[in-house]
Design a protein around this ligand. Structure first.
Ligand code: SF4
Length: 321
């Protein structure tokens, strides 16, 4: 039997618009996904499509409006902050911006040891310090770094500190919210390789968010494509890249830069035209219809369901029967 460690069912998160009366931002609008233990689900989509809000709602930084978040079969969507405390040991997050996500007034040791104090792990401060030194070594930093402050480090080193903090409680699931997009290209691969070495060693499960399709292809077992608060396509990574079915996914793949100049020359680029519409008033019917070259009258009024269009390959488009 498949062991799905994380399942999200029909998750909804809207935010009220300040001074906008009853208007809301439809950030996450009925998202369902699931990840097998030890696997990586890559989530891709343009900025503003709701990826980060989805991540923060799954980890309960935001409270969902409705839907379920099952971790190891237990729904955590409606748990109080006190009830969530033991769950937080199982699911951790690595944030996009290693410059903003580390407290500038704390030493590296205090940043990494904070979860140990919250969860009362380690009988003495000395024991906690030893756990911090151990995890620093694992992420390629030195014991001497422990007493320094985050601003004394490079972006790549700061992200290593963030990874150390996320690993210190031995979680089962890590949500990686664009963990390398703020880093220099030269060190992105190092950080990704380190994350995947930890995945193999510790059998971690990742929800890996990125806007870079080639990175998502490299890191993911399964891939979900998100557009304006909804998943529009979901399948194994290989299948999605070989046989993209949703017009939005096709456009994303065709407009992604090719890896080598020869392939780039041959490639017929069909960019997705226009901007992503406002999530305050998403278009009726298919949300992609304002940018879709195949849009038919039906697409403007009738919302397509996410349906299985082939074995394990799901897509939401009227063209797909
Ligand atoms: Fe395009 Fe219509 Fe399919 Fe939406 S449902 S992606 S508008 S063809």
């Amino acid at each position: 039997m498949d062991d799905y460690i994380l399942e999200v069912k029909n998750l909804v998160k809207h935010f009220p618009v300040k001074g906008g009366g009853r208007k809301v931002v439809h950030a996450v609008d009925g998202v369902s996904l699931r990840i097998k233990r030890g696997a990586t689900l890559g989530l891709v989509g343009e900025s503003g499509c709701g990826k980060s809000t989805l991540a923060r709602t799954i980890i309960r930084i935001y409270d969902p409006d409705s839907g379920e978040i099952l971790i190891g079969g237990r729904n955590i969507a409606n748990l109080s902050q006190r009830q969530l405390k033991p769950v937080r040991k199982k699911i951790q997050m690595i944030f996009q911006d290693p410059f903003a996500s580390l407290n500038a007034r704390m030493t590296v040791k205090d940043i990494i040891a904070e979860p140990l104090r919250v969860h009362r792990i380690g009988a003495t401060k000395r024991e906690q310090d030893e756990l911090v030194y151990e995890i620093l070594a694992k992420v390629g930093l030195e014991r001497a770094h422990a007493n320094r402050y985050a601003h004394e480090f490079s972006g790549g080193q700061r992200q290593r500190i963030g990874i150390a903090r996320s690993l210190i409680l031995h979680p089962e699931i890590i949500i990686c919210d664009e963990p390398i997009s703020a880093l220099d290209v030269s060190i992105q691969a190092q950080v990704v390789n380190m994350l995947f070495a930890f995945q193999r060693e510790l059998r971690l499960t990742y929800l890996f968010i990125a806007h870079d399709l080639s990175m998502i292809r490299y890191v993911s077992d399964d891939v979900g494509v998100m557009y304006l608060g909804k998943i529009v396509e979901l399948s194994s990574g290989d299948e999605l890249y070989k046989n993209p079915r949703h017009p939005y996914t096709q456009g994303l793949i065709q407009s992604a830069p090719a890896a080598n100049p020869e392939a780039a020359r041959k490639k017929k680029s069909i960019p997705i035209e226009g901007d992503i519409p406002s999530p305050i008033s998403p278009p009726p019917g298919c949300r992609f219809h304002t940018r879709c070259k195949y849009a038919a009258p039906r697409c403007k009024t009738e919302e397509p369901e996410l349906k299985e269009t082939g074995a394990g390959h799901w897509a939401a488009c009227h063209l797909l029967g």
